[in-house]
Every structure is written in structure tokens, then in C-alpha cells.
Design a protein around this ligand. Structure first.
Ligand SMILES: Cc1cc2nc3c(=O)[nH]c(=O)nc-3n(C[C@H](O)[C@H](O)[C@H](O)COP(=O)(O)OP(=O)(O)OC[C@H]3O[C@@H](n4cnc5c(N)ncnc54)[C@H](O)[C@@H]3O)c2cc1C
Length: 401
């Protein structure tokens, strides 16, 4: 175990799970991550290993075949996995959000149908709010579901689906006018539809096309796609929770736990960058001594380690708050904001410590340098986090004059 990012008060079971995951990351992920990432190759073997470890069912209740663990356990596992390769944490993240939404908001039939197979990793989840013209402004969604007998007919285009190709169950947020006349507030006229599909690309179900992978600067290996619905017919029992008009609230609930998750990824990537930086600084010599002995480099290492510690503490606090049953949007927003900004800064420092070699694809820091920016965007940009934090602060500190 490393000196940094320790978590006090973990149970024996949590410690055992974490040490197993860390071992898996060191042996099965870190040695192959950079090579697979450069080839933009899906990590099939790693995913099979995660299934065997039960990670796809980590937070799914035991009655549905999962491990029934807390958000904190999950976030700490994500931190370990992201330390190895951020894309792998992306593969389980959307799955986890969909499973969480089903657990919290699904009908009994939906839970019975999907959760046991999700716990095994046989059904794999993706979630979709963003469209080509919007990401931050979810209220502007234009994709639409219209009731037709016992079915809904869905039309619209979605953008940026993590695991869009590899998943078999997509939670899609659409506008639905049924029972919600023109002029209804956006958050009351949206519905989450559960769309089952075949994995892969092209027309994966009549009326549903996944065009292909988006070519990205980093976060490779995991597929990110568009999704096109053209007269897609969905049975009425695939409305999440069985009632229309609750989709916005359900998705925001999912994204809130997703934010803790992104914070955990930031912590993991920053830890790896620190490990790489501190190791390189002791091997590279300039002016007759290891660069780690130059005070300017020691100051960088001190900054990096302090940021790793601070981000970890905030992430753990946000997860524990949710586990205690309390509202955690303020803590999750702060943790996501701080961890992703710090991650970018720690990676940048580790990159500089590497000098010219950091620019070479032979060095792992080059991959981290391309991965960190995604954390500034996914699950809400820094500006959106600050909007959430600011609004909540004004609620908490209402002027009493
Ligand atoms: C690799 C990747 C994977 C993704 N995976 C998913 C996924 O699985 N599912 C999904 O639904 N989405 C996903 N997304 C989409 C992601 O959530 C959005 O990109 C993100 O929310 C930002 O939206 P946008 O790109 O439309 O930017 P915009 O909303 O257009 O924002 C552009 C800029 O304006 C700023 N801005 C916007 N509004 C305001 C405001 N009111 N005040 C101040 N500044 C503002 C933003 O912070 C940003 O800097 C993914 C994105 C990426 C890059």
C-alpha cells in the first residue's frame, strides 16, 4: 500500500476487496494499459477479469446476486482501477449508474429482469442524456417519446455515449409530452426509457443505430458513440419506474453518484502520475545529482502529493455522506470539481518532471496527459459544478436580515 490516499475506518471486507482490486490492477492492467490504449483496443480480457471479481455487481444488492457494497467501497475500487487505466473505470461507470438508477427507481419487474444479469456483467449498461446540440443544458433535450397504444415511439439523436457500442441496456432521457401539456417545466416532462439492444455498431435493433466509435484524443479503448432513434418502438413497461415525467430527477440522481465516481477517477489518475513523477525524479540526473535533489522538483512533488491527499479526502467525504442517506450534491460537486482540476495539475507536473521523455509515447505519463482533460468535462464541466456548489451554498447560508 502507498503512503498517500489512505482511508481510515474501513471494514475488513472493504480492505480485502481493495487489496484484491489493487493486486489485479498491478498485475493485469498496468502492464498492458498503454499498449492497448495506443491501439484503441477494447480491453476484453481485463473486463472478463472484472466480471470474475464481481465488480459489475459491487453495489447491486445481494438479493439480486450483487455484493451489496457501499458507494464508498465502489469509489475506492474505481480509484484503484483508474490508477491503472482510466478507460477501464469508464467501462464500469455507466454500468454502475444504470444499475443504481434501476435499484433506486425501477419497478420490481425491471429490477428482477435486469439487476441479476447486470451483477454478472452479462447485461451491460450505458446512459444517455447528451445530444449534438447540448450537454450541460439537459433541459434543452429534443429527443422525444410519444405513446402509441402499449408502446412508445422514440425519435432523436444522442451524442457521447460511453459504452454506446459495448452495452446491451441504455437508459435514454427523452422529452415525453403524454400527460405533460406544452409549457410544462422541462424537468417534469422528461422520461427515462430503458432500451435493450445488441452490442456492436450499425442497426442494432429496428429503429436504433449506433453509427461507430468517436475518435478521441484520449480515454481510448472504451467506446464512445452516437445513438440514433428513428421510429424506435419501446414497450410501455420499459419506462423507468413505470411513470413518465420523472426522468430528469432519476438521471440527476444517477449523475450525482456518478460525480463521486469521476472524483475517484481523478484521484486514481493523479496518484499514478505522482508515482511516475516521484520515481523518474530519483532516476534522472542533471548537474551531478538526481533531479529529485533539486529543490524546485521537490516542491513540485510536495504540491502533487498534497493535491492527491486533499482530493482523496474530499472524495471519501462525498461518498460517506451519500452512504449515510444524506443529500450529497454539495460534497459531490466539490469533490468532482477539485479532484478533476487537481488531477490535471498533478499530471502536468509529472509530465514536466519527465522533461522531453514525457512527450514520448514510450512513457506512461504521455497517456495520462491525454486522459486527464476528460475528467474536466464528463458528468458536468467545472462551470456546472460551480453553479451547483454556488446554488447550494446560497440555500445553506440564506441571508436572514
Ligand atoms: C469522452 C466523453 C464521454 C462522455 N460520456 C457521456 C455519456 O456516457 N452520457 C452522456 O449523456 N454524456 C456523455 N458525455 C457528454 C458530457 O456530459 C458533455 O460533454 C458535458 O456535459 C458538456 O456538455 P457539452 O459538451 O455540450 O458542452 P456545453 O454544454 O456546450 O458547454 C461548453 C462550454 O460552456 C460552458 N458552459 C455551459 N453552460 C454554462 C453556463 N450556464 N455558465 C457558464 N459556463 C457554461 C461549459 O462549462 C463548457 O466550458 C461525454 C463526453 C465526453 C467528452
Amino acid at each position: 500500500m502507498s503512503r498517500l490516499a489512505q482511508t481510515a475506518g474501513l471494514t475488513d471486507i472493504q480492505q480485502e476487496i481493495l487489496s484484491t482490486v489493487r493486486d489485479f490492477v498491478d498485475k493485469e492492467i498496468i502492464p498492458v494499459a498503454t499498449e492497448l490504449e495506443h491501439r484503441d483496443e477494447y480491453p476484453t480480457q481485463i473486463v472478463e477479469g472484472l466480471k470474475e471479481l464481481g465488480l459489475f455487481g459491487l453495489m447491486i444488492p445481494e438479493e439480486y446476486g450483487g455484493l451489496g457494497e457501499s458507494l464508498l467501497t465502489y469509489a475506492l475500487c474505481v480509484e484503484e482501477i483508474a490508477r491503472g487505466w482510466m478507460s477501464v473505470s469508464g467501462i464500469i461507470n455507466t454500468h454502475f449508474i444504470v444499475a443504481y438508477m434501476l435499484k433506486q427507481h425501477g419497478t420490481q419487474e425491471q429490477k428482477d429482469t435486469f439487476l441479476p444479469r447486470m451483477a454478472l456483467g452479462e447485461v451491460r449498461g450505458a446512459f444517455s442524456m447528451s445530444e449534438p446540440a447540448l450537454g450541460s443544458d439537459v433541459s434543452a433535450i429534443t429527443s422525444k417519446g410519444v405513446k402509441d397504444g402499449d408502446e412508445y415511439v422514440l425519435n432523436g439523436q444522442k451524442m457521447w455515449l460511453t459504452n454506446g457500442g459495448s452495452s446491451t441496456l441504455v437508459a435514454v432521457l427523452c422529452r415525453s409530452d403524454e400527460g405533460h401539456p406544452e409549457g410544462t417545466a422541462p424537468h417534469k416532462s422528461m422520461t427515462t426509457f430503458l432500451i435493450e439492444k445488441e452490442p456492436g455498431f450499425g442497426e442494432v435493433r429496428p429503429g436504433l443505430t449506433i453509427p461507430g466509435k468517436i475518435d478521441k484524443m484520449g480515454y481510448k479503448g472504451v467506446d464512445t458513440t452516437e445513438l440514433i432513434m428513428d421510429g424506435l418502438r419501446i414497450p410501455a413497461n420499459r419506462v423507468l419506474g413505470g411513470t413518465t415525467g420523472r426522468g430528469f430527477y432519476q438521471m440527476m440522481d444517477g449523475v450525482e453518484v456518478g460525480r463521486v465516481n469521476v472524483a475517484a477517477r481523478g484521484c486514481g489518475v493523479a496518484q499514478r502520475a505522482f508515482e511516475l513523477g516521484v520515481s523518474y525524479a530519483q532516476q534522472r540526473h542533471t548537474f551531478g545529482k538526481p533531479i529529485a535533489q533539486h529543490q524546485a522538483i521537490q516542491f513540485k512533488l510536495a504540491d502533487m502529493a498534497t493535491k492527491v491527499e486533499a482530493a482523496h479526502a474530499m472524495m471519501v467525504n462525498a461518498a460517506r455522506k451519500k452512504d449515510s442517506g444524506e443529500r450529497n450534491d454539495l460534497e459531490a460537486g466539490m469533490a468532482k470539481y477539485l479532484a478533476s482540476e487537481y488531477c490535471k495539475e498533478v499530471v502536468e507536473d509529472a509530465f514536466r518532471i519527465h522533461g522531453g521523455y514525457g512527450f514520448s509515447k514510450e512513457y506512461e505519463i504521455e497517456r495520462l496527459y491525454r486522459e486527464a482533460p476528460m475528467l474536466l468535462i464528463g458528468e458536468g464541466t467545472a462551470e456546472i459544478q460551480k453553479m451547483i456548489i454556488g446554488r447550494r451554498l446560497l440555500e445553506e447560508y440564506r441571508f436572514q436580515g
